[in-house]
Design a protein around this ligand. Structure first.
Ligand SMILES: Cc1cc2nc3c(=O)[nH]c(=O)nc-3n(C[C@H](O)[C@H](O)[C@H](O)COP(=O)(O)O)c2cc1C
Length: 190
């Protein structure tokens, strides 16, 4: 069973990314084709990237980078739960991507994005440019959540999904599963 990392891309106090990720993780468990791992960038807690060597060389000099490498290397596919900050990706997510190279290679990634009128789609477009530089395969099927504040029950700390979000999540997971299987063959060493 492929291992899916659901990455929470916001580390902000009071982030809505957490209840959205919790909702998605529940759906991914119901989908039942992946082994799910939550990857909370707030817990991973990477400092701003300032390493001596290009990550492609894997000459890691600090323990946080080594630990992050172990987490990402063990996963076969990703869902990035991403907010949109200033029409782009959160600095925490971009930073986490920059930290590694080989560990991301030939792995598919799908997006659950949220924001105002854009539903986070501008952030997704920016992220796609970066993930392809890491030889990841961003898939087209996605969950986009516009006007996110209206879907959050702050008291219950819960995201209220619409029918469309529910359907999109399952379609996206089906497609991600296909890519996860296909790309696994590219990662086998010759
Ligand atoms: C620094 C900053 C920049 C933002 N820029 C955008 C933006 O460009 N587009 C958008 O739709 N929402 C923007 N927002 C609003 C976010 O969509 C909203 O705050 C959301 O809750 C952020 O996700 P989070 O709570 O998981 O961090 C921005 C919020 C912050 C804090």
């Amino acid at each position: 069973m492929p291992k899916l990392g659901v990455v929470i891309g916001s580390v902000r106090e009071g982030r809505v990314g957490l209840p959205i990720a919790q909702w998605f993780i529940e759906r991914a468990r119901q989908h039942a084709k992946f082994e799910i791992q939550t990857v909370d960038l707030k817990t991973v807690d990477l400092p701003v990237f300032a390493e001596r060597h290009h990550p492609r060389l894997q000459k890691y000099e600090n323990d946080k980078q080594r630990a992050w490498s172990t987490v990402v290397a063990a996963l076969d596919a990703f869902v990035f739960v991403t907010p949109e900050y200033n029409f782009s990706v959160s600095p925490a997510l971009l930073n986490a991507l920059d930290y590694l190279y080989v560990e991301w290679n030939y792995k598919p990634v799908a997006f659950v994005s949220y924001g105002g009128i854009s539903g986070g789609l501008r952030a997704v477009q920016m992220a796609k440019q970066t993930v392809t530089a890491l030889k990841m395969m961003p898939i087209a099927e996605a969950v986009a959540i516009p006007f996110v504040a209206q879907s959050i029950d702050r008291e219950a700390g819960k995201f209220n999904a619409t029918e469309q979000h529910e359907r999109s999540a399952m379609v996206m997971l089906d497609e991600l599963y296909r890519w996860a299987q296909a790309l696994a063959t590219l990662r086998t060493k010759n």
